[in-house]
Design a protein around this ligand. Structure first.
Ligand code: ZN
Ligand code: ZN
Length: 174
């Protein structure tokens, strides 16, 4: 039996409930949060339930390594992975995922237009493309208001995210 309060018991608990995936992720196989789907584990040191990857991160990097409001970001984008985790501030984390969403939206743009012209509504298009509902609505509204010529992807993104992208894209187009 693990000794309560020792870090070894958290480590052995994690070891017993993970498997290595083909692409090198250390995947959690025990309980996940019914709300978020995130892997949950009892943290022997803190004496409470916590994200399994946060417990693992502190075991690897020290008990204070997530102090000061640091959050865990998965560089492999797999939330049940306990290995590919970096500690970031809340603001950094939001920026990372915002950039990811923007890239996904941009890549999906031709498909969004095809699905819309085939009569799919915004929610169906979201489910089919993984683009965000906000982006789909702004894109289709913009297309509807300016049917000829179609607005550039650049201008739609600029409308959504402000001037940051517009500047970069003007240079790229020049
Ligand atoms: Zn991973
Ligand atoms: Zn993240």
């Amino acid at each position: 039996m693990p000794i309560k309060g020792s870090s070894t018991s958290s480590a052995s608990r994690i070891k017993a409930h993970t498997i290595e995936s083909i692409d090198g992720c250390l995947l959690w196989t025990a309980s996940v949060s019914t709300q978020s789907g995130y892997p949950m584990c009892y943290d022997e040191i803190a004496g409470r339930m916590d994200y399994a990857y946060a417990i693992e991160y502190r075991l690897e990097n020290g008990p204070d390594s997530l102090d000061g409001g640091l959050e865990c970001h998965h560089t492999c984008l797999c939330h049940t992975c306990l290995r590919h985790v970096v500690a970031v501030t809340r603001a950094q984390h939001a920026a990372i995922h915002k950039a990811e969403r923007a890239e996904r939206n941009e890549q999906a743009t031709p498909l969004i237009r095809n699905l819309a012209s085939a009569g799919r509504d915004a929610r169906e298009i979201k489910a089919l493309t993984g683009a965000t509902l906000g982006y789909i609505k702004v894109l289709l509204k913009s297309d509807a208001e300016n049917p000829n010529p179609q607005p550039s992807i650049d201008s739609v993104i600029a409308n959504l995210f402000g001037g940051i992208y517009a500047n970069g894209n003007e240079q790229a187009a020049a």
